[in-house]
Design a protein around this ligand. Structure first.
Ligand SMILES: Cc1cc2nc3c(=O)[nH]c(=O)nc-3n(C[C@H](O)[C@H](O)[C@H](O)COP(=O)(O)O)c2cc1C
Length: 270
């Protein structure tokens, strides 16, 4: 075959393609464990941020995150239907990956359309509740994983509640594809700083927490339930309200929160 023949050129191009794809595929497979470890670390970091155990933008090493998570967080895997911890012989919390389960039809279930406020269509059967414990082991806060549709994307985050399950302690979003400067302001520390102290439920147990359009008036009768909307991002703001209503509602963490309230009231657990 001549060096400058068409066949030779095509052969070299084909060989180059094969070599490049082997290198790219090898790198993707080889780096997967590192990427997974980084994702796990990032999730732990966000649980700690939502629970106020580290602050946003604080430089923390991988070791510090791991240590703080081990010392301060008690992960409990909940059966969302019953609101009770899952028997570890049924599902092993050590190996359970909630995001994988949410995407796996064998591990998730359809959400009835009328209940699907978060717009996610299916949800996992089991979800983690991250209890923030003090040095005596007393539960001080609960950090709940939340997700739901914004305008362009599904937002993934954590909502931290007081041990009473009703007062907000913090919120974070660690993954989304909303527009920078608009919907992506869900990440803005100034906006997130509005949330602590807000109430989720009224005295009848109805979920009242809402991201409103515009700014909350200090004179509003619902000031304790209302959070300023993100300007120019009403759809993302509404998405945040909706996903909170879904995840704290009867189809998701509602049964768990009911048990919590019954224990707080001292009434017998259902
Ligand atoms: C390029 C572009 C990106 C946008 N990104 C978002 C977004 O991330 N979230 C959002 O709610 N609205 C976004 N919007 C605006 C929405 O289309 C819609 O107008 C807005 O949510 C209405 O909010 P407002 O009533 O506060 O103006 C975007 C609009 C444009 C043109």
């Amino acid at each position: 075959m001549k060096r400058d023949s068409t066949a030779q050129t095509l052969l070299v191009a084909a060989m180059l393609c094969v070599v490049c794809s082997v290198i790219v595929a090898g790198a993707a497979v080889g780096l997967r464990p590192l990427q997974d470890a980084n994702k796990r670390l990032d999730k732990k970091k966000n649980v700690l941020i939502a629970g106020g155990l580290i602050s946003e933008g604080q430089a923390v090493s991988q070791q510090e995150i791991d240590e703080k998570f081990t010392q301060k967080i008690h992960s409990v895997l909940i059966d969302l239907k019953t609101g009770q911890p899952v028997d570890s012989t049924v599902v092993n919390p050590e190996t359970y990956d909630q995001r994988t389960a949410a995407a796996d039809p064998k591990q998730n279930q359809p959400i009835p359309r009328s209940a699907d406020l978060a717009g996610i269509k299916r949800r996992e059967k089991y979800a983690f509740v991250y209890e923030v414990v003090d040095t005596g082991g007393e539960v001080k806060q609960l950090v709940l994983p939340i997700n739901g549709k914004g305008l362009w994307s599904t937002l993934y985050g954590f909502l931290a509640l007081d041990a009473d399950g009703s007062t907000v302690r913090g919120i974070t979003f660690y993954e989304h594809g909303e527009t920078a400067g608009l919907g992506a302001e869900v990440d803005n520390p100034k906006w997130k700083a509005i949330w602590p102290g807000k109430q989720v439920f009224d005295e009848t147990g109805k979920i009242r927490l809402e991201v409103i359009k515009g700014s909350v008036l200090p004179s509003s009768p619902n000031v304790q339930y209302e959070v300023d909307g993100i300007s120019g991002a009403t759809i993302t703001s509404k998405g945040v309200s909706n996903l909170i209503h879904y995840w704290l509602g009867p189809d998701a963490f509602g049964p768990f929160l009911d048990h919590l309230r019954q224990r707080e009231d001292g009434s017998p657990d259902a």
